[in-house]
Design a protein around this ligand. Structure first.
Ligand code: LLP
Length: 425
């Protein structure tokens, strides 16, 4: 008899693996809602105007965006594809913000045609493109200017975006931000609502955000003098850290909000500026810990005295984070949840690539082919960064809420893999 003790939203994970096959992403929708509400509620208690925009790059699908919409979140999209998904999900366009460091003409046109809430301007070329498109269409648009404030967040190097040496945004220190503000203010078709800054991802402390607010306010005070410009909006991006392993000690989501609000209040007060709306863009902290991936264990290779490799039926094609960022995860054998952990193994993916490892050195009960392995906190940047490397079909995604499971992304079939291939015979 299979022991069956791990549940999500009232459904046993084993029963879901049996019903939908593996690898399988399972999301606890109540958890997604609670994460969203933790941000929204805290803002409400702070008595400030705010927007919580879900950063859809973390996990975008029609069902996911419908949940975000139900929770009345705004939405951050970074491409025409993410924008298209949002429109398909019935997202109100005025709640959508468009990001990107190389927005194409067609992306900008689509955003303007749909009348999105705001465009976060990243660079001088974009100002030019936007000006030309708005002129041609005789339209106007709301915008924020993305600033790189020169603050380093303590996180993995590859996901730092706030430092000066960054492909994103206008640099404060070199004066490029001044020039951008002046150009945009002089453009009668672009309404400059304020500034945006995103300093990194998986951040466990509030200091970086507080320093960012101070840096932004130093600039805002100057822009008030120079251009008589006052920001209506300060968008402080996302990056709030979540727990992947026991070593991770994230703050409660509420603490990030109170720290941001306090530091904006203080800085606005200090510089004699009026209180703006505060926007944030959490991605990982909305969906990360709400997702689990279930795999089936296949081959096991024991190199005595060296390592036991346990291969599962997915890997870097559904979770590239360990290979790309040396990200760490925890996992359990679902069918052996109460058994003592007696061996140390390493979990390998199925791709023809040495780096396709999911977890190094994890303690598990005696492991056998056919066991179900659940890897936790895979809800962010798992499915969204999935690929068809080695022509593996993408996994299915299931949402569970109130004891009911719903397939929200179908498992790809082999026909899907060759769908766009054309014959050369
Ligand atoms: N806003 C902006 C402008 C961003 O660039 C990002 C993430 C977010 C918000 C959301 O950040 P979050 O709250 O999810 O940390 N693929 C990497 C993460 C890349 C994040 C890129 N930007 C990973 O798997 O860790």
């Amino acid at each position: 008899m299979v022991k069956d003790t791990l549940h999500i939203g009232g459904k046993s994970l084993i029963s879901l693996a049996e019903k939908y096959g593996t690898p399988l992403f399972v999301y606890d929708v109540e958890k997604i809602r609670n994460n969203a509400r933790a941000f929204v509620q805290t803002f409400k208690e702070q008595d400030v105007n705010f927007q919580v925009a879900y950063a859809s790059k973390a996990f975008s699908s029609i069902a996911m965006l419908q949940v975000a919409k139900q929770e009345e979140l705004s939405l951050d999209v970074v491409s025409e594809g993410e924008l298209y998904t949002a429109i398909e999900a019935g997202y109100p366009a005025d709640k959508i913000h468009l990001h990107g460091n190389n927005k194409s003409i067609s992306e900008l046109e689509m955003a303007i045609d749909y009348n999105v809430g705001c465009i976060v301007i990243d660079n001088f070329y974009e100002i030019e493109l936007l000006n030309a498109i708005l002129k041609e269409k005789n339209e106007t648009v709301n915008a924020l200017i993305r600033i790189t404030p020169g603050i380093e967040a303590h996180t993995h190097e590859y996901i730092l975006t706030g430092q000066e040496d960054s492909k994103f945004g206008f640099d404060l220190l070199s004066g490029q931000a001044d020039q951008a503000v002046s150009e945009v203010l002089n453009n009668e078709r672009i309404h400059l609502q304020g500034v945006h800054s995103h300093i990194g991802s998986q951040i466990f402390e509030t200091t970086g955000f507080e320093m960012t607010v101070q840096a932004l306010y130093k600039a805002l005070a100057q822009w008030k003098e120079k251009f008589e410009f006052e920001a209506e909006v300060i968008n402080l991006g996302g990056g709030f850290g979540i727990k992947y392993t026991q070593e991770d000690e994230p703050l409660p989501l509420q603490n990030y909000v109170t720290a941001l609000v306090d530091s904006v209040k203080q800085a606005a007060n200090e510089h004699g500026l009026s209180m703006p709306e505060i926007w944030i863009e959490p991605g990982r902290s909305i969906v990360g810990d709400a997702g689990v991936t279930i795999y089936e264990v296949g081959s096991i290779k024991d190199i005595p005295g060296v390592r036991k490799y346990v291969s599962v039926d997915g890997g870097m094609t559904d979770n590239i984070r360990p290979a790309l960022y040396q990200a760490e995860y925890e996992a359990e054998l679902l069918n052996k949840i109460d058994e003592p952990k007696e061996e140390t193994v390493s979990i390998a993916g199925k791709c023809c690539e040495t780096g396709d490892m999911l977890i190094w050195d994890i303690e598990v009960p005696t492991i056998e082919s056919g066991d179900y392995l659940a890897v936790f906190s895979t809800g962010a940047y798992g499915y969204s960064m999935a690929s068809n490397y080695n022509r593996f079909p993408k996994a299915a995604v299931v949402f569970v809420e109130n004891g009911e499971d719903r397939l929200v992304i179908k498992r790809e079939r082999y026909q899907d893999l060759t769908r766009f291939d054309l014959s050369y015979e």
